[in-house]
Design a protein around this ligand. Structure first.
Ligand code: PLP
Length: 408
């Protein structure tokens, strides 16, 4: 008899997006002719930068000729892309990261999901609440938790992100070994200051802990005082791994390219205290389970880091940031306390009522779809997330509809 992995049975069903679709479908059936505006999704809406499209075409042309054809590439990514990333994303900002510390992949989702494989099952894991669900669910799948009781898995150290701490978690009161941090944050849109991030790096150094830093939204940071990489913080190279993605920067959500930085100075320890290089372990993992990102996609990612590509990415990001500013200003004018929407594409709105109650109100009275905060964790109850990934005229119309709906 084939037996199931019982850890999978502990997972709460991914109720959030299916429940949203269900409620939207039943509203549409009841009110045909009311066009719905979706501000719930974290997917981009603008096309790829021209520089990336041109690079894709050129690379496809190379695959068509025997002389320039490419088969399997290096599992870690082509040198041309790893070099461009090290130079443009790190060295240009004074962060010491070398090309061979960059592992190119097809998504920050799979990298943030897979990285925990390198660690023992008896480590103590700290996960923010609310959170991008991948970090939590993959630790459940791996067997690092007990059952979910009242929306919380046994064995996880939850880092509560609340209005009181500005949605930036304080240091844990109990010792933890692995910490997930994400800034700019999904779902709260919060950013972290250099000082607060430095405190986390100090904590990790003092406790021989490791920080998994998800910087998928770093390109939205416009405030020059905010860190865009954890490697801008002194001492982080020994205690942090960083995840980045071209998804929300150059619009690669469907094209798929991301990368993970694993410094050669990072180690995990065995029972006798002997250290093991995380770089070597991740390399072993990737070369065993992954066969690289396609050549044309890596050429397109390289183009996103060229002068022309960077200018186009900046204008894509400007567009979404303008949407975000509009949402934030309109919701604030209606009396809602908001976080994010500056240096971030997400606006976290204090609904003043239950998450789902507010979701239903916006859907039924305004035909606008947001994401209920409760779907991201216990501390998300009472909030909704509004995404800036949409066309400006739709965002504008959504805000007008919400204004009218709440005025009556
Ligand atoms: N990390 C965070 C915080 C995200 O919100 C997302 C996507 O929404 C990802 C990672 C996934 O990125 P990718 O498209 O590279 O898999």
């Amino acid at each position: 008899m084939i037996k199931v992995n019982r850890n999978y049975l502990k997972l709460k069903s991914s109720y959030l997006f299916s429940e949203i679709s269900k409620r939207v479908a039943s509203f549409e059936a009841a009110s045909p002719g009311t066009p719905i505006i979706k501000l719930g999704i974290g997917d981009v809406t603008l096309p790829l930068p021209r520089a990336c499209i041109d690079a894709l075409h050129r690379a496809v042309g190379e695959l068509a000729e025997k002389e320039t054809f490419k088969g399997y590439g290096p599992e870690q990514g082509y040198e041309f892309l790893r070099e461009a990333i090290a130079a443009e994303d790190f060295r240009s900002r004074g962060a010491r990261v070398s090309a061979d510390e960059i592992f190119v992949s097809d998504g920050a989702k799979c990298d943030t999901a897979n990285f925990q494989e390198l660690f023992s099952n008896d480590i103590r894991v700290a996960i923010p609440d609310p959170v991008y669900p991948v970090y939590l669910d993959t630790n459940v799948m791996a067997g690092r938790t007990g059952q979910a009781i009242n929306g919380r898995y046994e064995g996880i150290a939850y880092l509560e992100c609340t209005r009181e701490n500005g949605f930036v978690p304080g240091l844990p009161e109990e010792p933890v070994d692995l910490v997930y941090l994400c800034f700019p944050n999904n779902p709260t849109g919060a950013t972290i200051t250099r000082e607060a991030l430095a405190a986390w790096v100090r904590y990790a150094r003092e406790n021989r802990a490791l920080i998994l830093f998800d910087a998928a939204y770093e390109v939205f940071i416009r405030d020059p005082g905010l860190p865009r990489s954890i490697f801008e913080i002194d001492g982080a190279r020994e205690v942090a791994v960083e995840f980045r993605s071209f998804s929300k920067t150059a619009g690669f959500t469907g094209t798929r390219c991301a990368y993970t930085v694993v410094p050669r100075d990072c180690f995990a320890f065995d029972d006798s205290g002997e250290k093991h290089s995380l770089h070597a372990l991740w390399n072993r993992r990737q070369t065993t389970k992954f066969n690289g990102v396609s050549y044309p996609v890596q050429r397109a990612a390289q183009a996103a880091l060229s002068g022309e590509g960077k200018a186009e990415v900046a204008s894509l990001v400007d567009y979404y940031l303008n949407n975000a500013r509009h949402v934030r200003e309109r919701m604030a004018a209606l009396g809602f306390a908001c976080t994010g929407g500056e240096n971030s594409p997400y606006i976290w709105v204090n609904a003043g009522m239950g998450s789902w109650e507010f979701f239903d109100l916006l859907l039924e009275k305004a035909g606008v779809v947001c994401t209920p905060g409760a779907g991201f964790g216990k501390c998300g109850e009472g909030y909704v997330r509004i995404s800036a990934f949409n066309d400006f005229d739709r965002v504008q119309e959504a805000m007008e509809r919400i204004g009218r709906a709440l005025a009556v």
